[in-house]
Design a protein around this ligand. Structure first.
Ligand SMILES: Cc1cc2nc3c(=O)[nH]c(=O)nc-3n(C[C@H](O)[C@H](O)[C@H](O)COP(=O)(O)O)c2cc1C
Length: 340
């Protein structure tokens, strides 16, 4: 059997295969972050297409933590019923589902919201954020905790903290965006403190036997920004608080993206896996099932994220199996469409 289609145990869940839909914002929530029929159809289709683990798009733990006013939210109990439907449809069609808890910080594009960040340094041409006070840090950490409480009630299988792509957690981690002189800035340990507190707060609600993932940008593409060795140090400082897996990405702080050749972020997944001893989700412009299989066989990643290719083709897992060793049973309704 192809490794891509072998099961993977992560704390109290077993994934049926190694294919992950990474978080991809759809920017089409209803007013105030509510789930729409689109989300049920969109995520349900990927579950039906055979994805092992779906990680729902960045979902705001605070109203001001959204990127746009069409993001999904989990800052209020009114979000729970819609998210419950979304989770149910994914599980009914055989996938496990996680939620990415996010806060945009200075990358919030909603002009009437209050922009907060570790330091008042603007992102590109957006307005200048306000430097967060200690009280605000406690507030936001608590918002992640409340998000985790709701996620448990809703029935998610996994929580992922959005710690990459230049959003709030990443703004604390990076020496480019964090110029604080208190215990949240300066040394790696200090820059990692906010993330550590978020992990601890989530773990007060999210039982240790349930998997907790962090998405990180292992390379920021700035000489004086974070590089894989810095990210490894940060993970190693906090992993014993209950971090189970790292979803390895890169970029998003401000710098131009690197050349996106196929599989371009797998090398960061490999470095993070070896440097932390934790399992990793790796990927980056992967289209070919053979490339995904090779990354698993060479133990550079434990799970593979397939982003835009799963947007183009929600049945990618079914066809990937066909291309590899053709062992999957297709869903009853689609059986007659299986290639010979
Ligand atoms: C439109 C769009 C929205 C995205 N939204 C998120 C997000 O909410 N959270 C996140 O961590 N990454 C997000 N990403 C990044 C993807 O998860 C993924 O890392 C990226 O698309 C690279 O993988 P791919 O080359 O397989 O598409 C987004 C990417 C795109 C194209």
């Amino acid at each position: 059997m192809a490794k891509l289609f072998s099961p993977f145990i992560l704390k109290d869940i077993q994934l049926k295969n190694r294919v992950v839909l990474p978080p991809i914002c759809m920017f089409c929530g209803e007013d105030d972050g509510l789930v729409t029929d689109f989300h049920l159809m969109h995520y349900g289709t990927r579950a039906f297409g055979g994805v092992g683990l779906i990680i729902q798009e960045a979902t705001g733990v605070e109203r001001r933590g959204r990127i746009t006013d069409r993001d999904l939210g989990i800052w209020d109990d009114s979000h729970i019923p819609g998210l419950k439907k979304l989770v149910k449809i994914c599980k009914d069609y055989g996938a496990k589902i996680g939620i990415q808890l996010g806060h945009s910080g200075r990358k919030c594009r909603i002009h009437w919201e209050d922009l907060i960040a570790p330091s008042s340094i603007a992102f590109k041409d957006t307005k200048e954020p306000r430097e967060m006070s200690k009280e605000e840090i406690v507030q936001v950490v608590n918002a992640f905790r409340e998000g985790a409480r709701r996620a448990l009630e809703i029935g998610y299988d996994l929580i992922e903290i959005h710690g990459g792509h230049g959003y709030l957690v990443n703004q604390f981690l990076s020496p480019i965006t964090n110029k604080r002189t208190d215990e949240y800035g300066g040394t790696i340990e200090n820059r990692g403190r906010f993330l550590k507190e978020v992990v601890e707060a989530i773990r007060k609600e999210w039982p240790m036997e349930k998997p907790l993932c962090i998405r990180l940008s292992a390379e920021e593409y700035f000489e004086d920004g974070n590089h894989p060795e810095d990210i490894i140090k940060i993970i190693n400082l906090i992993k014993d608080r209950g971090v189970d897996i790292i979803n390895v990405s890169s970029g998003g702080l401000e710098a131009p993206r690197e050349d996106e050749h196929q599989g371009h972020q797998i090398r960061y997944a490999d470095i993070v896996k070896k440097g932390t001893g934790l399992p990793v989700i790796g990927g980056g412009y992967i289209i070919s099932p053979h490339m995904a299989e090779e990354a698993l066989q060479s133990e550079r990643a434990d799970l593979i994220f397939i982003g835009r290719e799963l947007i183009r083709n929600p049945n990618w897992p079914l066809l990937a199996d066909f291309a590899l060793d053709n062992e999957l049973d297709w869903p009853e309704q689609y059986k007659r469409a299986k290639p010979n």
